[in-house]
Design a protein around this ligand. Structure first.
Ligand SMILES: Cc1cc2nc3c(=O)[nH]c(=O)nc-3n(C[C@H](O)[C@H](O)[C@H](O)COP(=O)(O)OP(=O)(O)OC[C@H]3O[C@@H](n4cnc5c(N)ncnc54)[C@H](O)[C@@H]3O)c2cc1C
Length: 413
């Protein structure tokens, strides 16, 4: 491990590795410190096409391609007998039309190994425990190794990509309550002998179980499928017993899922659960540091935006860090935080529209307008910075107006 680097990156998830690789490519020395030993489990398995651009710029795309992960060409939403199928090749924005679905342990290790191959120093089981930043932005960070020994790393700048660890926001008191209500997820990886490619051509499938509860089905190329339930924490209270018993009963409660996964085996010892993940921060930057990925804000898993926001924020921040190291003055608010917030706010509208039901009106409308659906498809592909798309530029107004229009048309019919 380096005792001194131009840039210290905290966390070896997609946010950390993409930032590290772009900064390293520009000729700066980078040290990544990661708390866990890889491979490690993390949730966030369905990617969006927009993240391919960040992987490409970080020169990490080929390493991921070589893994032959499950291709993802779109997203399918199912409510009762109704289906809304988005194919990314029909999207309005000119960009990537496909991506992958990945077991994250394997995906994240691929990115981190590729960083190490490029000459970036990646050290595992190194937990950041303290950071001291001087007035000039240079820092001394203390990390604790697996044996409990402390080490220090001097850096000119820090990229905090520590995800749910939220190292800098916690350490510097920047955490803020999110406006999103608390939600819970119960999930597992299952064998999937009844998988039918014809019904599910390279898709994530999202089932509406009830207006506030939905189910993800994310097939992997290994034959294993990730299955998860997301809803209000109280929804899960009706399911008693161990997590294994709970997920069995959850599977039985949705007919399509019961048909497909009723006889499947959980390949983990126990399902996992997560709760109340939405937290945000006062700022995405400060003297000598920038926050990228989940550390900034994570909204909700329904549109698989997490890894894409992590990738794009790191892509954007890394280029600013390089300019900062070259001696330029960076307007972090207008050049980083505001553009990132724009994209996050677009997703926020769609997440809110999902839970208040207005997106159900749009997704499951009779005879949907093809142009509008292609514009919404671009949002679902992660192209939430394309201001030429009316469903990005005026996201809140257009989603609300369209939903109201569809409801009014139905009432008059
Ligand atoms: C239920 C649920 C389902 C989701 N599904 C999806 C999905 O389908 N698609 C999607 O794109 N996103 C999804 N997400 C979001 C996704 O999990 C995150 O957005 C994504 O993992 C963020 O990447 P990251 O690199 O910012 O953080 P992470 O992937 O969390 O990586 C951060 C790394 O930092 C390390 N770290 C933490 N603390 C320290 C420390 N003190 N010192 C050193 N290292 C540290 C951690 O060990 C970790 O490896 C989901 C989230 C939830 C809650």
């Amino acid at each position: 491990m380096k005792q001194e680097a131009d840039v210290l990156v905290i966390g070896a998830g997609p946010a950390g590795t993409i930032a590290a690789s772009i900064i390293h490519k520009a000729g700066y020395s980078v040290q990544i410190v990661e708390k866990m030993r890889f491979p490690r489990f993390v949730i966030g398995e369905s990617l969006l096409p927009r993240c391919m651009e960040a992987l490409e710029e970080a020169e990490l795309l080929d390493a991921v391609k070589a893994k032959n992960f499950q291709r993802k060409d779109g997203a399918k939403f199912v409510m009762g007998g109704e289906i809304c199928d988005f194919n990314f090749s029909n999207q309005y924005t000119k960009g990537w039309q496909w991506t992958w679905q990945v077991p994250r342990a394997d995906f994240d290790k691929t990115l981190a190994d590729e960083c190490a191959k490029k000459g970036i120093s990646v050290d595992y089981e190194m937990e950041v425990t303290n950071i001291e930043i001087s007035d000039n932005g240079h820092s001394v960070t203390t990390v604790k190794d697996a044996a409990g020994n402390a080490h220090t790393i001097k850096a000119k700048f820090i990229v905090d990509g520590s995800g749910y660890g939220r190292v800098i926001p916690r350490m510097f008191g920047l955490e803020r309550q999110s406006s999103m209500p608390p939600r819970k997820a119960v999930f597992g990886h299952f064998t999937d002998p009844k998988r039918n490619e014809a019904h599910e051509p390279n898709r994530i499938v999202i089932y509406v179980h009830n207006p506030k509860t939905w189910i993800w089905v994310i097939p992997f190329s290994t034959g294993v499928t990730s299955l998860g339930y997301v809803g209000d924490p109280e929804f899960f209270d009706q399911y008693k017993g161990t997590l294994t018993e709970q997920i069995k009963n959850l599977i039985a409660a949705e007919p399509d899922i019961a048909d497909r996964f009723g006889g499947s085996e959980l390949i983990w010892e126990e399902p996992k659960f997560l709760q109340s993940w939405s937290v945000t921060t006062d700022t995405f930057y400060g003297n000598g540091f920038v926050l990228t990925g989940n550390v900034t804000e994570f909204l909700d898993p329904v549109f698989s935006s997490g890894v894409t926001l992590a990738s794009v924020s790191s892509q954007m921040a890394a280029k600013l860090v390089i300019r900062h190291l070259k001696g330029e003055t960076i307007e972090w608010k207008s050049e980083y935080m505001e553009p990132m917030m724009k994209g996050i706010d677009v997703f926020r509208t769609y997440v809110n529209g999902w839970y208040d039901g207005s997106l159900f009106n749009i997704f499951f409308a009779q005879d949907p307008d093809k142009t509008i659906m292609s514009q919404i498809c671009s949002v679902l592909a992660g192209y939430v910075w394309d201001e030429t798309n009316p469903f990005v530029a005026k996201h809140e107004k257009n989603v609300r107006t369209l939903s109201n229009f569809i409801v009014a048309k139905k009432t008059m019919a």
